[in-house]
Design a protein around this ligand. Structure first.
Ligand SMILES: Nc1nc2c(ncn2[C@@H]2O[C@H](COP(=O)(O)OP(=O)(O)OP(=O)(O)O)[C@@H](O)[C@H]2O)c(=O)[nH]1
Length: 411
């Protein structure tokens, strides 16, 4: 699990930051009460810290001396300071800290917590910078790298489209307006024909004094616009805002696609995705198979131990499904019934499903070692029938498994 280092001599503030980061972000926090302790922890730690929150004024490092040391170990730093002035701001930005937070009240810690989350996500977020000026690209790359974003570059629109072919998971494009070959507007139009606004953010960039430019960028499909020259902080805020917006949309989309209790995909998503997995497999001539899985005598679990134990059993089986079929499309179809689209043929799936069936039968519920459940399974190959028909065939086999005594697989 990624770790966060909090360097703070005030114990209650340190404890508050720890609770906030651990409960909200699920990241592990390591506390250091002094500069010396921070140095010791960093030197002793081989895995490294994803980010550090560093108090500027420590008894043994009263003037931010810890900051360069932390940075020299390639750890991004968010500075916490009780006092704020232009001199400190200049000094910290020159050092290349991610941001500085004035410790005025709890909202300062909430902001710091959001920055930690942002950096944590940025490690796996790709940004494309498109500008024909090498110095502008270098400057942006430097600023974005401070925030731990993965920066790709292109010097015009045509080159940018090529980079996107290689990296379709780019989440943010920052593009200049005036470029040879293909300018910023044409690039945005091309991008918008492939990526919707809630899939990829685009920030337009220009040094032109023409006031119509920002509106033109936004009308072309950009999410935002920055005038050159800009400060590091303006860039930070705009980039963060746009990425946060995309991630909120991802969360909403994900919540709509998943079952609330087990967090597996729901039936609607299974049908939506299943069709495209099927089409892709057909195109690439790869095998597929489909299984229906049902927990045996589930009603009696509810009746004997109560509904919450029934819920726990569902989550338990869902956990084993995730563990056993990490590459497949797994969904809760409703009640105590699950469906898997396996990216392999019947023979291979049969072996995997037998292992899974045995694992379920041998794994008691975490809360009570006396309670175990079993599952019945129907498995069918995926040929050129429709998804409904394949599900129906697997379902028929599942009922045969029930009729033949349960806790078994019928192919
Ligand atoms: N706890 C809990 N129970 C659920 C949930 N959804 C459905 N159920 C219960 O699951 C039970 C399914 O029972 P049945 O369809 O009779 O099947 P069964 O008892 O598993 O019997 P067989 O399938 O024939 O082995 C019903 O009692 C539902 O109320 C849920 O989200 N949580």
């Amino acid at each position: 699990m990624p770790k966060v280092l909090v360097v703070e001599d005030n114990r209650s503030l340190a404890a508050m930051a720890k609770v906030m980061i651990e409960t909200r972000l699920g990241l592990q926090v390591v506390l250091a009460g002094s500069g010396a302790e921070a140095r010791g922890l960093i030197e002793a730690d081989s895995e490294g810290f994803a980010v550090a929150l560093v108090d500027l004024n420590l008894p043994d490092a009263p003037d931010g001396e810890v900051v360069p040391f932390v940075q020299s170990h390639d750890i991004p730093v968010v500075v916490l300071t009780g006092y704020f002035g232009d001199a400190i701001r200049e000094k910290m930005l020159k050092l290349g800290v991610v941001d500085y937070v004035v410790k005025k009240n709890i909202s300062a810690y909430e902001y710091a917590c959001r920055l930690v989350e942002r950096i944590h996500h940025n490690y796996r977020t790709k940004v494309l910078v498109v500008d024909d000026s090498r110095s502008a690209v270098a400057n942006l790359k430097h600023y974005l790298s401070i925030q731990r974003l993965n920066v790709l570059t292109a010097s015009n629109g045509i080159e940018a489209l090529g980079v996107l072919e290689q990296h379709p998971d780019i989440r943010l494009v920052i593009t200049d307006y005036n470029m040879p070959e293909m300018d910023g507007f044409e690039l945005i139009q091309q991008l918008r024909s492939r990526f919707a606004k809630n899939q990829m953010a685009i920030i337009g960039l220009s040094s032109s004094a023409d006031p119509r430019l920002s509106a033109h960028f936004l009308k072309s499909g950009a999410n935002d616009f920055i005038s050159k020259p800009f400060s590091y902080e303006e860039l930070l805020c705009r980039v963060n805002q746009n990425l946060e917006y995309l991630e909120q949309i991802d969360l909403i989309r994900d919540a709509a696609n998943r079952d609330y209790l087990t967090k597996l995909y729901n039936r609607r998503y299974f049908f939506e995705q299943g069709e495209s997995v099927k089409r892709q497999a057909l195109r690439q001539d790869r095998p597929l198979s489909l299984s229906m899985i049902d927990i045996d005598h589930f009603k009696s679990i509810n009746d004997t131990y109560g509904h919450s134990t029934g819920d726990e059993a569902l989550k338990h089986v869902a956990g084993l499904l995730n563990e056993s079929f990490p590459d497949d499309l797994v969904a809760r179809f409703g009640g105590e019934e699950f469906c898997i689209m396996h990216r392999r043929d019947e023979g291979e799936s049969q072996q995997q499903l037998e292992n899974f069936r045995e694992k379920v039968a041998n794994s008691p519920l975490p809360s009570d070692s006396k309670i175990r459940v079993t599952v019945s399974i129907g498995l069918n190959g995926c040929c050129d029938q429709g998804l409904d028909d394949i599900i129906h065939l697997a379902d028929t086999k599942l009922y045969q498994a029930k009729e033949q005594g349960r806790n078994r697989l019928i192919v």
